[in-house]
Ligand binder design. Structure first.
Ligand SMILES: O=C(O)CCC(=O)C(=O)O
Ligand SMILES: [Fe+2]
Length: 189
């Protein structure tokens, strides 16, 4: 079954580009505020308040680095985002780590959320609004996924915290996966 509004593009990044992005990510400092390590650029997302930081006293995120701005520009020129994304979160998952089921903050971010997968593959589960339908989407390294429409606003997504995923020929062991996610911050009128 297809997840409505979800676009999946394998091999969106060449192997050389994947290595270059991973090297840039690994040269930058990580935040350990969550169980998985993250890097926030452009705007810091506050997981506790479910809001984009910017008020008095908020810690300000580093500016979007050049390698990520180039990818945001490419996503825009290829028509995946209406504007170049201005907020980037890098996530790192060691085998056994995941992300619980959620919808990305609706008032905070625009209608397209794009993610590039690097390192190991993993299965991302999409859960329909009825709560019963669950679709596992394998995300390969170098792939781009873009959540729009129902997949962005009404379906939840999750990565189960486990060390392997079901595949067509048996279990697939996970390795370290890094995702780079691109969002557009919605400003209050
Ligand atoms: O790791 C991913 O591909 C997605 C992470 C995610 O859902 C998020 O940062 O909101
Ligand atoms: Fe998400």
């Amino acid at each position: 079954m297809d997840v409505p509004g979800l676009h999946y593009l394998p091999n969106w990044l060449s192997e050389a580009a994947q290595r270059a992005v991973l090297a840039s990510v690994d040269a930058a400092p990580w935040s350990a505020e969550l169980r998985r390590r993250v890097q926030h650029y452009g705007h810091r997302y506050d997981y506790g308040r479910r809001s984009v930081a910017g008020g008095a006293g908020d810690r300000v995120a580093a500016p979007v680095p050049a390698w990520a701005a180039e990818l945001a520009e490419r996503l825009h020129t290829e028509g995946y985002t209406a504007e170049p994304a201005d907020q980037v979160i890098v996530n790192e998952y060691e085998p056994g780590q995941g992300i619980s089921a959620h919808v990305d903050c609706v008032p905070c971010f625009g209608p397209a959320v794009a993610a590039i997968s690097l390192g190991s593959s993993c299965v991302m589960d999409f859960i329909a609004p009825d709560g019963a339908t669950r679709v596992g989407v394998p995300l390969a390294p170098g792939s781009l996924s873009v959540m729009t429409g129902p997949s962005r606003y009404t379906w939840k997504h999750a990565i189960v915290a486990r060390k392997s995923d079901p595949g067509p020929f048996g279990r697939v062991q996970r390795g370290r996966r890094v995702s780079v996610t691109f969002r557009t911050v919605v400003r209050e009128p």
